[in-house]
Design a protein around this ligand. Structure first.
Ligand code: BEZ
Length: 210
């Protein structure tokens, strides 16, 4: 069965462009985004990996480690990195797994043979400090992902983890947030002493906590 939200992210050891890693140990007590791309030396992937390198400081600020996977060898990743620098202006500043034996791809169901033969499709897994899967996304090979959206989801997940709030449709950083339904008014008073704006008893808005 495919991995689902709340499942423990499978642990593995793998060779990467930054040396061998033991996944759970490498994540430590922070967050992680694990994402696959179909193939080195392909156009959409080149743009994605460059953009992710530019966004990396934002993930660092949020204590999120970044790890890319494809079934190409680490030696290819190193050569391709120069093309990413030439075309996108940045070298990947996060490790890329060389998953030639498809170990990671199999554990995470990253190969969808009816869509893309034996290559990994574009998957994203966000993993929390408890090593549980918080987000899964799967995109086709022909569509580059919106990594700004992944960052937005991480902001939402981290707010929920720290403050018992959820985020409404199209929420962006700084907008009002919603008190989670599991917190009754009594408990909410303790957490939000300045009160909240009620639209329905189950729809209670507060300013985004700092
Ligand atoms: C790409 O990155 O451009 C790509 C990779 C595999 C299949 C199609 C497109």
């Amino acid at each position: 069965m495919a991995l689902q939200l709340g499942d423990i992210a499978p642990d593995f050891t793998a060779d990467t462009t930054e040396g061998k890693i033991s996944f759970h140990e490498w994540i430590g007590d922070g967050w992680c985004i694990l994402f696959s791309h179909p193939k080195d030396f392909t156009p959409v992937c080149t743009t994605e990996l460059g953009y992710m390198a530019k966004l990396k400081p934002e993930f660092d600020k949020r204590n999120v480690k970044v790890l890319a996977v494809s079934v190409d060898p680490v030696s290819d990743h190193h050569v391709w990195a120069k093309d990413i620098k030439d075309t996108q202006g940045v070298l990947p500043n996060y490790p890329l797994v060389g998953d030639e034996d498809r170990k990671v791809a199999s554990l995470y169901g990253m190969i969808h043979p009816n869509a893309l033969d034996s290559l990994t499709v574009r998957t994203v897994f966000v993993i929390g400090p408890d090593k549980k899967i918080k987000l899964t996304l799967t995109y086709p090979a022909s569509t580059g992902r919106n990594f700004d959206e992944v960052l937005r989801v991480i902001d939402s997940l981290q707010l929920t983890a720290k403050h018992s709030v959820a985020t409404p449709v199209n929420w962006k950083h700084g907008d009002e947030v919603i008190i989670v339904p599991s917190l009754n008014d009594e408990a909410a008073k303790a957490k939000f002493p300045n009160g909240w704006r009620t639209e329905k008893p189950y729809l209670r808005y507060v300013p985004q906590p700092k």
